[in-house]
Design a protein around this ligand. Sequence first.
Ligand SMILES: Nc1ncnc2c1ncn2[C@@H]1O[C@H](COP(=O)(O)OP(=O)(O)OP(=O)(O)O)[C@@H](O)[C@H]1O
Length: 738
Amino acid sequence: MWRIFAFDLSVINPAVIVLHLHLQDYQPLSFHEDRPLQDVIEDERLHRTMLTEFFAMNRTNKQAEDLNLLYKEFPQYFVWDEDNRIWYARKRGQVIGRVTTAHPIEGERYYLRMLLMHVRRPKSFTDLKTVNGFIACSFKRAAEIRGLLQIDNGAEQCLSEAALYKMPSSLRQLFAVILIYCPPSNPKNLWDKFYDYLLEDIANQSFLSEEQTKAKVLHLIDEYLQIMGKNIADFGFSQLTSTMPFAAITKEIEAEYTIPISEEDLAASSILNHAQRGTFNKIMQKVDANVPAAFFIDGPGGTGKSFLYKALLATVRSRGHIALATATSGAAASILPGGRTAHSRFKIPLQQEINSTCNISKQSAIGKLIQLARLIIWDEAAMAKKYAIESFDRLLKDLLNSDSIFGGKVIVFGGDFRQTLPVVRKGQREDYISASLVNSYLWPHLEKIRLTENMRARSDPSFSDFLLKIGDGTEPTILDNKIKFPSSMLIPFIDDTTSLNLLINTVYPSLFEFLTSSSAVTNRAILSTTNETVQEVNQILIQRFPGQETRYISFDQTLDPTKQVDHGDFLNSIQPPGLPPHELILKPMCPVILLRNLNPAQGLCNGTRLICLNFDKNVIHAEISVGIHIGKHVFIPRIPLHSSNDESYPIPFKRTQFPISLCFAMTINKSQGQTLDFVGIYLKEPVFSHGQLYVALSRAKTSANVKILLRPVTVHSTESSYTRNIVYHEILAAAADT
Ligand SMILES: Nc1ncnc2c1ncn2[C@@H]1O[C@H](COP(=O)(O)OP(=O)(O)OP(=O)(O)O)[C@@H](O)[C@H]1O
């Protein structure tokens, strides 16, 4: 086969260097059968292996010490001389190091390998076993202490650590999140162990008997569970709950009725601009009359769409009605009071097809909630796939037994087709266009309303004109279909490192400010196009960030356990979109972004930004830093996260890690919907899809608060003030066609 297919036999580049792996004094030896054994034993050369000499170099060689390498990285900088059995400095050539594999049934050799894969610059076998000055009795124990091994009672450890903070309400939320995301084999046991901590605040209410206190705590946990679509009986607590003395009103509905209404949002309706007011009145008229209506509010970023939604939500809710706030992305949902992603709220399947349906029955709590709602808002509808919105239409028709569009409810969609479109993996331009709402049978039925006055960039009208031209694709292209930026907005390109440093220092002039005033700095971000670039910037910033670092290593498991040994290292090395990194490096007060909807009703959505406060082995204590839940203290547990069905990552696996990643930098798509005080745009590569440049620029309020770093296409290129802008004019034309 090798010959038939003409595979290369020796020209594999870069070369793969296989590194020895053995326990102490278990060096593999080869010697001639005639050689006397005593002679073999005394041959000092045979004692040396790649591994023992790796340790030796780390003890004695200054270069190895400074490089601070993992075993697998060592061959990139040093060459193994097999004859003399020594490492010497590499002068040229690129290689990849692979540590010989070990199977878990091999015991200590497997754990030794695990340590070698994660511990930098070990100086001996004993050094590998040493953690915080303590020499562990085995490699297994050392791996356990370093948090490299998944422990069986992770959920229990997580709760024990969180219980010490004495925050019973946050602990109850954590208990609910654990029940949902890491279901323990025996939830009742967990309950019995943490019962005293879960009720600390309620036990002080002396009028409640012990039985009632217990019932109330379960009832509160049940509330969180119901909001996340489960209930306490699903976890075997039915006997206890049957004694609950509390009204059985559906928690979903109760939660909606009790969403706090801020004075600011109520007052917002009185300071709307002319177009906002007209829209507000039109919609409220329909809500008051409770007659069918479906609107699409089309406004460029910053024209006050969210401001208008907040005014509408506050007004409808203050009249005692239910108004559901949803958005396509978690980031946009977290800006609205009671906001949830449309997918989680309406149980829209993740893979939508032409006739996919939402999994909500008429009798269910959510079904009833939707029937009761007087107004439903769906922000960023331009970013949703048309099939998702069509399945929402079918859901409403079914729940309300009506053939009218959206079951005859008052629905307000909002969005801006200049911004990024629904993601179509490996999609071509026509796939993006066909997936858009403008191509749905619903589009002609929506009453279009346009907002045009840019409220975000009011103080800089010329910037707001420039933004619109970028969004509409009317900014003149000068060179090779590229647009030119004024030099005042640019970070000069000198070389990659110098210019990136300049950008970082402009966006984050003082990282120490994070330690005292987190809000001043969390409203700054560096935006870029790809996950790789975002990760690169985040790594640089966390290194510079003051304070002691904590590392959390994920446990990556192939869904097919027989593939684990072959793919374990590979899985650790990849960073699929939507998953946290294998090695999460954090410091107190550093900003992070949540990657899953842990508890949307309590502000923990995919896209919520947080500030880390304390790190324990199995729980992170953090504070919400933006949106309506700002200042709230929360616990984040480790949860199993599944890789997406992306064909570029063909091995299905789950990564157990804290569902967060650093957010000094984030992708442009993730920033959609957020207003930032200062924006750095790092275009290492030009933008690659419709609306990205426009979304990135329109996060800022004035041109003085945006700095862009463009990397010229070639090293010698002088055109560092030009970049590509991608606009699909057919979408904008279809959206404008009412
Ligand atoms: N009528 C108004 N009076 C005062 N400030 C307003 C008004 N309308 C909007 N704003 C402010 O303008 C800024 C932008 O508004 P908002 O975030 O609602 O815009 P948007 O259209 O939702 O933007 P995007 O599409 O980018 O999310 C916000 O800071 C908001 O508080």
